[in-house]
Design a protein around this ligand. Structure first.
Ligand code: FES
Length: 122
């Protein structure tokens, strides 16, 4: 497995993403706080460029104790990548689809070494 430096941590803002191509493999790299996540840019639904999708906070229903719905809220703790082809949503931290366990993104190992974000790619 080869290592590739793709960015300096100091140049990679919280909440941002970077798309890279390594040996013909397209990869999306995402930063949330001090953590970095990398996924192959291939949607498990129908192969769309999922990492090029927009990033949104998870949307949840605002239901009170009497089970009445009061619209929708953003969940401030979870960020989703929304695939640009058909709108499937994936948790940036886990790569899992928001609604089914059958779909998940293909991970690439991302580590920080000497202030650089390093990907381990087959
Ligand atoms: S290819 Fe990504 S949602 Fe269909």
């Amino acid at each position: 497995m080869a290592e590739y430096k793709v960015a300096s941590v100091s140049d990679f803002e919280d909440g941002s993403k970077l798309l890279v191509s390594i040996g013909g493999v397209e990869i999306g790299v995402f930063r949330l706080g001090d953590a970095f996540y990398a996924w192959r840019n291939v949607c498990p639904h129908q192969g769309g460029p999922v990492c090029q999708g927009r990033i949104f906070k998870r949307v949840i229903e605002n239901i009170d104790a009497d089970r009445k719905l009061h619209g929708l809220l953003y969940d401030e703790t979870v960020r989703h990548i929304v695939c640009p082809w058909h709108g499937a949503e994936f948790d940036i931290r886990t790569g899992r689809h928001a609604g089914t366990k059958k779909l998940a993104l293909d991970p690439i190992e991302a580590v920080v070494h000497n202030g650089e974000i390093v990907l381990h790619v087959d």
